[in-house]
Design a protein around this ligand. Structure first.
Ligand code: NAD
Length: 299
């Protein structure tokens, strides 16, 4: 199948590579020329704009930072919708606002183009392994059409409701990731300040009631190694907590945990850690406590 892919970033690149591996013809676009060149070297074809990509592809995937960028990619003179044709389908796999997704789906429908939101969980490791969890919102007919494409990138594919429902599900998941990550950071610093060994804490918590994905995925490979290159950037986690808190405001639901977690990630952004991995949030506590949570060999 001719598949277009826009957004060759930390997640988009390994996801696009899995589509190539599965034998699809891949058309790519990104504002970073080096990201496109890298994919061309692996067998993809470069497009000069979303419009050109829509003219070439049957199905189009977007994996972009936020709603504004997804909207800009679809609309305008060089946007996807300017080049798209009836019968195509757009799969937005970015983590974005459900309301914006529903608007984009309406614009696409006016041209006879199907629209599915399919945000993912599983990180760069899951993207590379093709084992992502994918939360799909859309009309059943469109979801059925895109399922074989999604299966090249993910192992657990859930149709959770109409257009926008995938985004709503992802906001719920990432509220928990953000709150858990902040809690892991402060707990590990408390432990080190109390004289406990970080590696030992990790092993014990992994088999105890305090365990979480944030602890398992981010302690050994990031914090203990003193390796904070994203991964999943603090700016993106902040944006995801904003998606949860904004939705909650419109529904009159208090979200004290998410709001506090968002403020903690805002503090990390203010310190200049926005492009670093979410695990770098631990530096806030490390700086205040005067300790570092690192494996002995990485001190
Ligand atoms: P990233 O910043 O690494 O990649 C985004 C890519 O989009 C970059 O290559 C960038 O150049 C490109 N881009 C930006 N503006 C563009 C435009 N106008 N036109 C074309 N390309 C443009 O981000 P990421 O970590 O790959 O995340 C992408 C999405 O997936 C985000 O919505 C994020 O919240 C979500 N997500 C990320 C992870 C993770 O672990 N990194 C996990 C699940 C979901």
């Amino acid at each position: 199948m001719r598949i277009g892919f826009i957004g060759i970033g930390a997640m988009g690149k390994p996801m696009a590579l899995n589509l190539l591996k599965a034998g699809h013809d891949l058309y790519v676009f990104d504002v970073v020329a080096a990201a496109v060149a890298d994919m061309v070297a692996q067998g993809a074809k470069a497009c000069q704009s979303p419009k050109e990509l829509a003219q070439a592809a049957e199905a189009i995937i977007t994996m972009l930072p936020n709603s504004k960028i997804v909207e800009a990619t679809l609309t305008g003179e060089t946007g996807l919708l300017a080049g798209g044709n009836a019968g195509q389908v757009i799969i937005d796999m970015s983590s974005v606002a459900a309301g914006s997704t529903r608007q984009m789906a309406k614009l696409a429908a006016a041209k006879g183009i199907g629209y599915v939101d399919a945000p993912v969980s599983g990180g760069v490791v899951g993207a590379a392994a093709g084992t992502l969890t994918i939360m799909v919102g859309g009309e059943l007919e469109n979801v059925k059409r895109v399922e074989p494409i999604l299966q090249c990138m993910g192992k657990k594919i859930h149709h959770v409701g109409g257009v926008g429902a995938g985004d709503a599900m992802k906001a719920v998941n990432n509220l928990l990731l953000g709150a858990n990550m902040a809690a892991v950071a402060e707990a590990l610093v408390l432990g080190v300040k109390s004289g406990l060994d970080p590696q030992m804490m990790l092993e014990i918590i992994k088999g105890s009631s305090g365990n979480s994905y944030a602890l398992e995925a981010k302690t050994a490979n990031f914090i203990l190694k003193n390796q904070f290159a994203a991964g999943f950037a603090i700016d993106l986690q902040y944006k995801d907590l904003e998606l949860a808190t904004e939705t909650a405001k419109s529904l009159s639901i208090p979200l004290p945990m998410a709001t506090l977690a968002q403020q903690i990630f805002e503090m990390a952004r203010a310190k200049g850690y926005g492009r670093e991995d979410i695990s770098a949030v631990i530096k806030l506590w490390e700086e205040m406590a005067g300790v570092e949570v690192r494996a002995e060999e990485n001190k």
